[in-house]
Design a protein around this ligand. Structure first.
Ligand SMILES: NC(=O)c1ccc[n+]([C@@H]2O[C@H](COP(=O)([O-])OP(=O)(O)OC[C@H]3O[C@@H](n4cnc5c(N)ncnc54)[C@H](O)[C@@H]3O)[C@@H](O)[C@H]2O)c1
Length: 343
């Protein structure tokens, strides 16, 4: 499914290694604005070193060496890609997932403990520590126990990615209470629980990176998926509010907004049908994946029907890195170009 492409990975690792070697040179350590930073003889204040992205070094923004990360919803899909790409770039990763049924209000097949173990195997294949934790993001007490235990075992938690979510396709007027409530509870309350459980550790450290997963569907309405869209809009409000509160503790909070990505969240007949209908066309109830791709791709600026999880994870590495020091309270969209249609 999101098995990392070994060629791409080795290229990335090779580039990172070359970057590290070059980083040893004096030239690579200097700031780019070499002129004296002053006005009328007065020095210009600048961000302190612990908050700044610092001088240019090759590979910065792709290096997470020695950092400790927690990724929720890491058994598969985008969460797995982020967890594995973190490891490929030097981080130890705690992969958290319920790895079982979440709610009847989920169109996706449940993730399994075997999938979570596979994520950990992939993390370890990069020589990093990986650990599987089965927990439900709706249970804040459980998340707090995980946060305390990880902080005790590893000494710190540098990065938290609140990625776990479910999706429901149902017209508003046909919804059961659970189709609305469970999606909001899981996606919005669960993401808030994750921030509330892990941020206190980061406040103690006076440093941290929090990344939440919203969606481009958090920026436009979605016919027949109102609870999902609303949960993803809510996550943007949550992210911006958390960024306002946590900035003084040197913690950044940002959202990744993927476009349509092929994962178990989206790989079923109903989603393919909706994908086709969104383009204004109609094909029957069981379109083939190729038919859906062929109809959708021409409508996307980069001419792809959908993206892969591994297309989303590189931006997570940047947002988790020291190089993103001055980015907070912001949306980062990776959509193949659908972003161009939304303000
Ligand atoms: N796939 C897409 O097209 C797409 C587009 C935009 C945004 N996103 C977002 O990206 C994130 C990952 O989606 P994905 O496509 O990889 O989905 P996925 O279904 O493949 O993976 C989601 C994972 O989250 C886990 N999970 C769900 N609820 C949980 C809970 N209560 N506690 C613990 N774990 C839980 C599931 O077990 C699963 O392993 C989600 O936030 C989703 O909304 C996905």
């Amino acid at each position: 499914m999101s098995d990392p492409d070994p060629v791409r990975r080795s290229l990335m690792l090779g580039a990172a290694a070359a970057g590290l070697a070059a980083a040893g040179t004096a030239a690579a350590q200097t700031r780019t604005d070499t002129a004296p930073r002053e006005l009328h003889g007065q020095p210009m204040p600048e961000p302190p070193a612990d908050k700044s992205a610092g001088p240019v070094t090759p590979g910065r923004g792709t290096q997470l060496t020695g950092k400790i990360a927690v990724v929720t919803g890491a058994a598969r899909g985008i969460g797995r890609a982020i967890a594995v790409e973190f490891a490929a770039n030097g981080a130890d990763v705690i992969a958290l997932d319920i790895a079982g049924p979440v709610s009847p209000a989920s169109n996706a097949v449940p993730a399994t403990p075997a999938e979570l173990d596979e994520t950990v195997r992939m993390i370890r294949s990069y020589g990093r520590k990986g650990e599987a934790v089965r927990a439900d993001i709706r249970d804040i007490a459980a998340l707090r126990r995980v946060a305390d235990r990880v902080a005790r075992d590893h000494g710190r938690i540098d990065i938290v990615v609140a990625n776990a979510a479910i999706q429901r396709w149902k017209p508003l007027m046909e919804m059961e209470d659970s189709d609305w409530r469970d999606v909001i509870d899981n996606n919005l309350n669960g993401t808030a629980n994750t921030i509330r459980a892990f941020a206190p550790i980061m406040v103690r450290q006076n440093k941290g990176r929090i990344i939440v997963l919203s969606s481009l569907q958090g920026k436009h309405g979605t016919k027949d998926a109102a609870s999902y869209s609303a949960s993803k809009w809510g996550i943007i409000g949550l992210m911006k509010s958390a960024a306002l509160e946590l900035g003084e503790h040197n913690i950044t909070v940002n959202a990744i907004l993927p476009g349509l990505v092929d994962t178990p969240l989206t790989r079923y007949d109903k989603r393919l049908t909706e994908t086709i209908q969104e383009t204004g066309q109609k094909l029957g109830e069981h379109p083939t994946p190729q038919q859906a791709w062929d109809i959708r791709a021409p409508t996307v600026p980069l001419k792809v029907g959908w993206l892969q999880p591994d297309d989303i994870s590189p931006i997570a590495v940047f947002l988790a890195s020291d190089a993103s020091a001055m980015a907070t309270g912001a949306n980062f969209e990776v959509t193949g170009g659908d972003s161009a249609k939304v303000v």
